[in-house]
Write a protein that binds this ligand. Structure first.
Ligand code: FAD
Length: 436
């Protein structure tokens, strides 16, 4: 085997969004070898986005989160194994599980995701202090929320703000503490950030920016009672959600001697330094062909796109990863959709007048890099198509009277069939990879 295609067996470590999709796409592409999907959680593969949205609000049980019912895996001959992989032995092409068992692989896919960062302050282990990554976390948080009166959210990222919205809607007093000077600082433009800050304040959430958490206080029974912030204030709380970002789960790869740096290092075809091991999704820092820089993303679209590319490679179709990143978030009844990655933009232009419904177009020089749409789904779809096709568009075009993204797309020939025809997970034309 020189190019790694058609291995006799594929073992996938991690049965989250990316792991599940790898197995499913392999079978869709007619792969007939053995597939083993190893899950570190005691649940069927499930989707995480509802954990901070619909699942948290309702009474739904976990089965609603499942990507597929149990019968699917049996029918597709996908062996689902519950267990934690503790070591990879690349020379022998084997892995070891926590129960001591050893399995061999023809190709290994690391889809280990990420884990929430913990607060490194006194009191972080008190009862009532939560993080949110797994269905189990969400079930515990949902139960706590039912009894809570005052919630403090540490970190104004997507998970923190989505939880804050649900907590406010359930009648809880909410304070969000953020070390930076605005919410979603790593992810969106100042304009979009200001909109979400306003939205939460209108719903009577307190937002404290430029404040770190220095400690958590509890009662004699070990339950959290207050969060102390850097200016000395103590914020009463009977529930705390820590949403200060995640760390990619790279330890297995690092211990096996694979290159790691801000994620498991992979090339534009998602191969690690070992030709028999790939890495995908939240844990993978991949080489972008177009910009020649490395990127690690945390999104469903990225995990699914990576998984499909690896399945294609393992079944003989070789090309580099070049899908356009996109993402969404829901807070109260507002939907934010992002197409592209802003990365060092220098110009922000806004489309839309109505309060609460607008798109921010982010340019670097004359190049459109990303579009953030708030309750403008039509703009989002057009933006995805424009960015995906690489349609030229400058800030000057946007300032022309009557400009719309959809109109610009139609003018440049990407329109009529294009907008309505975009699937939820767009595929890009194969991108030639100059490195291989
Ligand atoms: C609350 C929440 C809300 C989100 N909302 C959105 C959203 O609105 N839109 C969006 O695009 N994205 C959202 N995301 C992000 C999205 O869910 C992730 O990007 C996606 O799940 C990544 O898929 P993955 O397969 O890389 O990792 P994961 O889905 O995290 O799966 C990794 C799996 O690997 C397992 N694992 C790790 N190490 C081992 C080991 N050694 N042995 C066995 N198993 C192991 C883990 O237990 C885990 O089950 C959200 C995430 C969260 C937590």
């Amino acid at each position: 085997m020189t190019n790694g295609a058609h291995p006799a067996s594929v073992v996938v470590v991690g049965a989250g969004q990316g792991g599940y999709q790898t197995a499913a796409s392999l079978r869709e592409r007619g792969y007939t070898g053995r597939i083993t999907l190893i899950s570190g959680e005691d649940a069927l593969p499930y989707e995480r986005p509802p954990l901070s949205k619909a699942y948290l609000k309702g009474d739904a049980d976990e089965s609603l989160l499942w990507l597929r019912p149990a019968t699917y895996y049996a029918r597709q001959s996908i062996e689902l194994v519950e267990g934690t992989v503790t070591a990879i032995h690349p020379a022998a092409r084997t892995i070891r599980l926590a129960d001591g068992s050893v399995r061999d692989y023809g190709h290994l896919v690391l889809a280990t995701g990420a884990r929430p960062r913990r607060l490194a302050v006194p009191g972080a282990g008190l009862r009532g202090v939560h993080t949110l990554r797994t269905a189990r976390d969400a079930a515990a948080l949902r139960a706590s929320l039912r009894a809570a009166r005052r919630a403090v959210v540490v970190g104004a990222g997507f998970v923190g703000l989505e939880f804050a919205a649900v907590a406010r809607e359930s009648g809880c007093e909410v304070t969000v503490v953020e070390a930076r000077d605005r919410p979603l600082a790593r992810a969106v433009s100042a304009r979009t950030a200001a909109h979400f800050a306003r939205l939460h304040r209108e719903k009577d959430a307190q937002l404290l920016f430029g404040q770190g958490v220095v400690g958590l206080h509890g009662d004699r029974r070990g339950a959290v009672t207050a969060v102390e912030v850097s200016d000395g204030r103590r914020l009463p709380a009977d529930l705390v959600l820590v949403g200060i970002g995640v760390e990619p789960r790279t330890e297995l790869a690092a211990a096996a001697g694979l290159p790691v740096g801000g994620g498991i290092t992979v090339d534009s075809r998602l191969r690690t330094g070992d030709p028999y091991i790939s890495a995908i999704g939240d844990c993978a820092a991949f080489l972008q062909v177009r910009s020649d820089s490395r990127l690690r993303l945390e999104s469903v679209q990225n995990a699914v796109g990576h998984a499909r590319l690896v399945a294609e490679r393992l079944t003989g179709s070789h090309h580099a990863y070049g899908e356009l990143p996109w993402f969404w978030s829901e807070q109260f009844s507002t939907t934010l959709q992002i197409a592209g990655v802003a990365e060092g933009h220098d110009t922000e232009l806004v489309l839309g007048e109505a309060p609460g419904a607008f798109s921010v177009l982010l340019f670097r020089g004359d190049e459109l890099r990303a579009v953030e749409s708030v309750d403008r789904p039509g703009d989002h779809l057009a933006a995805r198509r424009l960015l995906d096709l690489g349609v030229e568009m400058s800030p000057g075009d946007v300032e022309a009277p009557g400009f719309t993204l959809k109109g610009h797309l139609a003018d440049r020939g990407g329109g009529s069939r294009g907008i309505g025809g975009i699937s939820r997970r767009p595929r890009r034309a194969p991108v030639p990879d100059p490195r291989t």
